[in-house]
Design a protein around this ligand. Structure first.
Ligand code: FAD
Length: 288
């Protein structure tokens, strides 16, 4: 774990592009709240197969230009072409965007062709070929192993391919088992993977939604957490109190052990993330 201590800490927030005007206003409010804690940057997701391409672009530009927070678009290569990706890179470069989260993405239902780039390592390589070092490139890491990976060892070697292709840093899939992250970092060290690997943090606010996401992305909800959440049912207040306590303790442990920051999956809500942040005693710090 020691290698991660050497990196400056990065605290970032992930958002998704809003679909309606009301959601757009709510997002502005969320970002205004999150701005209080001076994030290193915000990132904006990319809908499956590019379904939110324009909306991701607009959201990124409005946060970076309109609200003065560095913003990183997610780009996925599945079901896309080199020329489409080139256009996006050019457009982001023109807007002064400096950071990109490069992903393979998941195949949208109904689409049959995988696209010209098959895996995220090919996307990273393409971004480097096209744009040199203009962007800081982030990739995804999976402490609990990507659900489609043949096995943990191959998944780690595939993660290494992204780093060798030119990734500058990584954000992990969310997890509630700190040991999985520590083990992943140890395995990366053995493979000479030398980049900051920032834990992805999913606040717990809604059990049904969390169970659905976790099933899809292969994140484990430990039994002791699941069993309690099941009992809370629709009691949002109790879920929130329990979730903030559990996730704050997880974050504290990760930071104490040397994690180079935290990346919060906010789901466009500031409340739980800010409560965790305050519990960590990071309030008032300038993490950037
Ligand atoms: P890859 O690194 O390409 O890995 C995908 C699978 O293929 C793994 O099982 C890996 O072991 C295997 N593999 C990788 N390279 C090779 C290779 N060269 N040969 C053989 N096998 C290989 N999805 C979205 O649609 N939009 C988003 O905005 C988005 N944001 C995300 C942000 C974060 C921080 C994370 C962790 C995930 C995000 N995702 C997003 C989900 C992500 O797209 C999925 O997890 C997807 O299934 C894998 O993407 P990847 O970039 O990790 O793929």
């Amino acid at each position: 774990m020691n290698s991660q201590r050497a990196y400056p800490k990065s605290f970032s927030f992930e958002l998704f592009p809003p679909k309606t005007e009301a959601a757009e206003l709510a997002l502005k409010n969320t970002v205004a709240q999150l701005r209080q804690i001076n994030p290193s940057y915000c990132s904006v997701t990319f809908g499956a197969g590019g379904s939110t391409r324009e909306k991701t672009f607009e959201t990124v530009v409005s946060i970076q230009e309109g609200m003065g927070i560095a913003c990183a678009p997610h780009i996925s290569c599945i079901a896309s072409t080199r020329s489409h990706i080139r256009e996006m890179l050019d457009a982001y470069r023109e807007q002064g965007i400096k950071r990109i989260v490069a992903l393979r993405g998941d195949m949208p239902s109904g689409m049959l062709t995988t696209g010209e780039l098959r895996y995220a390592n090919e996307l990273v390589e393409f971004i480097r070929q096209e744009t040199g070092n203009d962007f800081h490139v982030e990739v995804a890491g999976y402490p609990e192993v990507h659900p489609q990976a043949a096995n943990a060892e191959k998944d780690l070697l595939n993660f290494k391919r992204k780093v060798e292709a030119g990734a500058d840093s990584a954000i992990t899939q969310y997890f509630y088992n700190a040991e999985a992250y520590f083990r992943f970092i140890d395995d990366c060290e053995k493979q000479n993977i030398n980049i900051p690997i920032v834990p992805g943090i999913m606040p717990i606010t809604n059990y049904t939604q969390l169970a659905r996401f976790s099933e899809l992305c292969g994140a484990d909800i430990p039994r002791w957490i699941r069993k309690r959440l099941e009992v809370f049912g629709d009691d949002r207040v109790t879920i929130r109190t329990f979730g903030i306590d559990v996730v704050s303790k997880l974050c504290r442990r990760l930071l104490e052990q040397g994690a180079p920051g935290l990346h919060f999956y906010t789901l466009n809500q500031s409340d739980a993330t800010l409560a965790i942040w305050h519990n960590l005693g990071l309030h008032g710090n300038n993490p950037a």
